[in-house]
Design a protein around this ligand. Structure first.
Ligand code: MG
Length: 387
């Protein structure tokens, strides 16, 4: 068996001869409100790396509903991959992953979301080329699945509370995050109080303000949020204001960096300023798995705690994230990775599973997710590009 496998591997060269991208629009179950936008559909960039000897690797590009978070959208990602990244990678072998990743580093600049999408497809291809699951390739898992923290982003407090109880009692999530920043600060505190009182003793609740407050507002209302039972404030002020975060931390407020953490160098700066407790890791904002491994290593080396954030990936992006996340000790606050609960349908054949408040992926080869051709065709925008 082993010799037959080695014989097959020996014949493979893994040379990339085509890279296809397509934009997929997936309806969601309920409108999802951020500080600056409301979503009714989630869009993905599906990247397929094809090798001359028949391997197919899949990657997913995603943003939270457009460029407001990081300046990229699925449309800009498609342009970057089609026009710049794909031509740079054609002719490379997926067996030489580090060479391909260095080539991506050379040509991707600050387009980290786009880079993450194609990087995911390269990792999937490489794992398949060596007949391994991606998680095993990354050293193997030390946790089975990760805990799910659901985002409360509905139109009313009553709706958020009943949704939270539904998710708790259904074993779909074990903790919650309020999407803040839309209301006045006083109303934000009142909303937080209502939700934490309804969930008292049952679930942890943090709040994500998506850098909507200025520093004086955060200094005044941040302690009030902690007083009403919020455990952690995620990114209350602008990403660049590390000294402001230091002032907030001095008030005893537990803080998480999301927008302030894009690169491994950002993680070093956050540690240097001693201004946060938690780092929200996401594949897309940092350029993929490689950069997130670097950030996790910095966290491990400095005592900062990690957390797994989300841009509402589908099962494909979640499975790739899980392949990496399960190689790390379980974070105290868990993670989000709830996209599979939020989409009306999926575009893969065997989606991730949610049970006991955790998310799991079956992944024996690569990241384990294969696009469902009929769903992809039905949900795809008309533009399909092959380079
Ligand atoms: Mg956030």
């Amino acid at each position: 068996m082993e010799s037959a496998r080695n014989s097959t591997l020996g014949k493979r060269h893994g040379v990339i001869d085509a890279i296809e991208t397509r934009v997929i629009d997936v309806p969601i179950k309920r409108p999802h409100s951020f500080a600056t936008s409301t979503m009714t559909t989630q869009s993905y960039l599906l990247v397929t790396v094809k090798t001359a000897d028949g391997l197919l690797g899949y990657g997913e590009g995603v943003t939270p509903g457009g460029p407001w978070w990081g300046g990229e959208s699925v449309e800009t990602m498609q342009q970057m991959v089609d026009r710049y990244f794909a031509p740079a990678l054609l002719g490379h072998s997926v067996f030489d992953l580090n060479t391909a990743l260095a080539e991506l580093d050379r040509c991707s600049g600050q387009s980290r979301f786009a880079k993450s999408a194609i990087e995911m497809a390269l990792w999937d291809s490489y794992a398949k080329a060596v007949d391994s699951s991606l998680c095993r390739l990354l050293g193997g898992r030390i946790t089975d699945g990760v805990p799910v923290r659901w985002a409360l982003a509905g139109a009313s407090i009553d709706g958020d509370v009943s949704e939270a109880i539904h998710f708790l009692e259904g074993g779909l999530a074990n903790s919650f995050k309020i999407k803040g920043g839309r209301l006045s600060p006083a109303d934000e505190v009142a909303r937080a109080r209502a939700i934490t009182e309804a969930l008292e003793g049952r679930a942890d609740v943090l709040i994500d303000l998506n850098n909507c407050w200025d520093l004086p507002t955060a200094l005044r209302f941040g302690p009030q949020l902690i007083d009403v039972g919020i455990s952690v404030l995620e990114q209350p002020i602008e990403r660049w204001n590390l000294s402001g975060l230091t002032q907030l931390k001095a008030l005893g407020i537990p803080l998480m960096a999301d927008e302030s953490l894009l690169t491994p160098q950002d993680a070093i700066a956050l540690w240097h300023h001693q201004c946060v407790d938690f780092l929200a890791l996401k594949l897309a904002k940092s350029g993929g798995i490689q950069a997130n491994r670097d950030i996790a290593a910095i966290a491990r080396s400095t005592g900062l705690q990690i957390y797994f954030g989300t841009f509402m990936e589908s099962s494909l992006g979640i499975a790739a994230f899980l392949a990496f996340a399960q190689t790390l000790p379980e974070p105290a606050l868990g993670g989000e990775l709830f996209g599979g609960l939020w989409l009306r349908e999926e575009y893969v054949t065997s989606p991730v599973e949610y049970r006991n408040g955790r998310v799991y992926a079956n992944s024996s080869l690569g990241h384990g997710m294969t696009p469902d051709k009929r769903a992809v065709e039905r949900l795809s925008r008309r533009t399909v590009t092959t380079i």
